[in-house]
Design a protein around this ligand. Structure first.
Ligand SMILES: Nc1ncnc2c1ncn2[C@@H]1O[C@H](COP(=O)(O)OP(=O)(O)OP(=O)(O)O)[C@@H](O)[C@H]1O
Ligand SMILES: [Mg+2]
Length: 133
């Protein structure tokens, strides 16, 4: 299993995380559209880490088995947390003068999306899942 852990502290780290997941997706044979979906989702989630928590981590891993291609990313921080997760996932909700498009957009780009948050800890897990042939 390939696994890569990245510290997320600044815009350069966001770009590096984008690049890393794109590369993993490409190596596993995913097409450009799926590579871009993953890069966009990672970009939004790591941007949120910087904007709302200051810093955090992003772990990407290949969780594929014989029949299923599965790329997972776990984006975690120890910032203030999200008081109302359902509200944060709604289109257009923002406490940061943004479009409020990051979380709901990322959710739509992948097959599995999980957001857990409490004061001092936010963890988003996404997976792209494709059948192998
Ligand atoms: N890691 C996080 N820690 C704390 N709060 C967060 C975190 N990520 C998101 N949020 C909260 O969820 C809201 C919605 O996030 P989302 O990314 O969808 O929109 P946005 O960042 O406000 O704007 P956009 O991403 O469109 O520029 C944020 O405004 C913020 O209140
Ligand atoms: Mg955002």
């Amino acid at each position: 299993m390939t696994k890569k852990t990245m510290e997320i502290k600044n815009q350069r780290d966001v770009i590096a995380a984008r690049q890393a997941i794109r590369e993993m997706a490409n190596n596993l044979g995913l097409g450009l559209a799926d590579q871009t979906r993953l890069a966009t989702a990672i970009s939004e989630l790591t941007r949120n880490v910087i904007q709302y928590a200051g810093e955090g981590t992003c772990i990407i891993s290949d969780e594929s088995d014989q029949t299923t291609l599965r790329i997972r990313a776990v984006i975690e921080d120890h910032g203030p947390g999200i008081p109302d997760v359902d509200q944060a996932l709604a289109d257009g909700f923002s406490t940061g003068n943004g479009l409020g498009a990051g979380l709901p957009g990322a959710r739509r780009l992948v097959q599995d999306f999980n957001l857990e948050s409490k004061p001092g800890h936010t963890k988003v897990t996404i997976e792209m899942i494709r059948r192998k042939w």
